[in-house]
Design a protein around this ligand. Structure first.
Ligand code: AQP
Length: 337
């Protein structure tokens, strides 16, 4: 039986952090064992907000290297760069023309992100969910791992496929686009900022001390954790609404040390913040050490890394072009001779 196909990606908007690893990439490593997996570095999404061109290319390569360092196997999964496959932009345009404006106006993430951009909001940022729909639909994706923040975007992709494409241009027997399902991960971890336990850890947070980068040195990791926001209670606990930082850091400790939440809650119930932070820093440094060592090996061998990205691209492009041709034909575009 054919394996179910999964697609996901990370934006190269900065250095990947613990949230990207624990909330996304770590789950992908498991998924590749049981699914056909496509993992892209979504640089077209990254430019929906302003990027430094020098840094964007560097971050794109480094993100692909980190996928592999975290355990994505390029011999099993297709790893590729979104902009290397022009079908993403092309399908996005076709979908733009059939997506009602009022569906887009409901997108919550645009409203949240637009506030941060002030007067500089691009049409691309508004359009981000249509590009995401194109990414997913191009590959006849069965399952998309989604966190809470992306659920609405996946629903949009489903509605575009079902209501705007299949029901208008396809038939029940022969749908033009596969309607993807969300994949809710059992171990979905949302990691919050180190300086504010109510905001998620994010690459674009202006404060570097809000996140732990996967490539931060042991000294920097320890420094950031020591400086992380704490509170005036003693002992650490989960689920106290007045203590979001305690909940976040204890949760992080549980995931990183591989111990159950019950066990860490007992272990840390009456220790000081100072002692806890040192334990968390040690556990974090140890868990990142093998990833950092592997990353250094991969990034040194530029030719090999680029070859993996090219191989991923070739496989992905074949599928993408097939879907694109199918849709263009259905929309009535004259094929070239
Ligand atoms: N803090 C987080 N906790 C858990 N998962 C997270 N992800 C991101 N931050 C956390 C997951 O990482 C994947 C890729 O995310 P993305 O780069 O495409 O966009 P994002 O979610 O907007 O991530 P950032 O780091 O916050 O980027 P910027 O600052 O550029 O917007 C997704 O699966 C996401 O859930």
């Amino acid at each position: 039986m054919a394996l179910k196909r999964v697609l996901s990606g990370v934006q190269p908007t900065g250095s990947l952090h613990l949230g990207n690893w624990l909330g996304a990439i770590r789950n992908w490593v498991e998924l590749q064992k049981t699914h056909e997996t496509y993992f892209c570095v979504v640089d077209l999404h990254a430019i929906t907000v302003s990027q430094d061109p020098q840094l964007l290319a560097k971050n794109t390569l480094s993100t692909a290297a980190l996928y592999i360092a975290c355990g994505i196997n390029p011999d099993i999964s297709s790893i590729f760069v979104q902009s290397h496959i022009s079908a993403h932009s092309e399908l996005c345009w076709l979908l733009n023309c059939i997506t009602p404006l009022n569906w887009m106006e409901r997108m919550i993430q645009f409203k949240e992100k637009a506030i941060k951009q002030g007067d500089n909001v691009s049409i691309g940022l508004f359009n981000y969910p249509v590009l995401m729909a194109a990414d997913i639909l191009l590959y006849d994706t069965d399952l998309v791992p989604v966190g809470e923040d992306q659920k609405q975007h996946l629903e949009l992709a489903r509605n575009i496929a079902q209501q705007r494409v299949n029901s208008k241009y396809g038939t029940n027997e022969k749908p033009l686009l596969k309607v993807p399902e969300p994949l809710i991960m059992k171990q979905g971890a949302k990691i919050m900022s180190l300086v504010d336990g109510q905001n998620k850890m994010s690459k674009s947070d202006p404060s570097d001390f809000s996140r732990i980068g996967l490539l931060d040195s042991p000294e920097l990791i320890t420094k950031k954790i020591k400086k992380a926001k704490s509170d005036s209670y003693s002992g650490l606990e989960f689920n106290n609404p007045e203590r979001p930082e305690s909940d976040n850091l204890l949760g992080l400790y549980s995931i990183i040390s591989g111990q159950s939440r019950d066990s860490v809650a007992k272990e840390c119930n009456d220790i000081s913040w100072g002692k806890f932070k040192l334990m968390l820093a040690d556990a974090t440094v140890n868990s990142l050490e093998p990833i950092q060592a592997k990353y250094q090996e991969i990034i040194k061998d530029d030719a090999c890394l680029r070859q993996w990205i090219n191989i991923g691209k070739e496989k992905a492009e074949e599928q993408a072009q097939t879907t694109l041709r199918r849709l263009k034909k259905a929309l009535g575009m004259l094929p070239p001779q």
